[in-house]
Design a binder for this molecule. Sequence first.
Ligand code: SF4
Ligand code: SF4
Length: 338
Amino acid sequence: MGCFNLLNTIRGKKNKYFSCGHLQSSLFFDYENNVKLCPFLQDRIIVKNFNGLWLDISKIIEKRKNSVEEMKNGIIPDECKKCHNLKNIAWHKSEYIETLYLNQWRYCYINCCYCNSPKQENLIEAKHFDVMPAIEQLIDKKLFTVNTKVVFECGDSCIHPEFDKLMYFFINYGMKEVTVNTPALRYCQSIADALSNNITNVVISLDAGCAYIYERIKGLNKFDIAISNIKRYKQYEEPSQKRVILKYTIIKGINDNEKEILDWYILSKNLGIKKLVFDIAENWFREIKDSIPDYLKEIIFFVRKISDFNEIKIEFCERAAVLYNLIKNEQNQKNKEI
Ligand code: SF4
Ligand code: SF4
């Protein structure tokens, strides 16, 4: 046993089994022009003020190696201990970037009441850069491959100045999975083409089952435009695929009731949607996570039930997944006590 391993074993600190998928194999470009390994921690930033021209790849490799080593040796920052990405599973060796998050564009013409996307003036100040040269560098160093999953997160990817260029590059390069988040108020032929090539999942945040609630959330009377674009995208999805996905973020006092969820579900069914995702507004969840209201737990069960008994599957993501697991654990605990 090497001195270092021996030292850690003696200290009882070595911990192979608390791993973080992001730290291990993700890369984030954010709207503040940072390139980083984790969406939350400042000290996981690799490059600040990135201008899109030249990316220091060796810094990415080194920072990832050192950060993983630290965690393997039991140095786990407090933020990580509270983070749902910290998993009790072994680290695996990743030769390339498994997920590339393109968050450098967060502008959106909508202003959803629950959204913490930065305002236009902050984005202008941050300045925009073209990420394409950095992707080419990553390809050159074999860190980005056709198997890398690309995720365009919020704001609206479709009004990203290089969006079409990037999408056609990914189609021609032979990428297997590109996730696009959009409110679908602008129709993009590049998304339709990526759908017919079976490489993209387009996640459309509808959050409502009717125009009235939609307008209350989005502040825009454009429900019909979103529905019409969803129908257009659906025409490009192969029947065996589940690539046009509708999202519902539950918001306190607006759509946090079974009626609206059922309306959204029925609407989705009528549109021929086969996959739905469900989340909880981040700011609300932060307030309630230590004392979840009973009615929210009931809603989660209601969603689980309609998903179990129908042909459209609903997936809980992010906060909704955390809450669902929490409730399940509570139930298991109660069952043990009986
Ligand atoms: S566990 Fe969470 S906070 Fe820690 S590195 Fe991973 S994503 Fe970041
Ligand atoms: S559509 Fe998405 S990015 Fe735009 S305001 Fe709504 S939640 Fe935010």
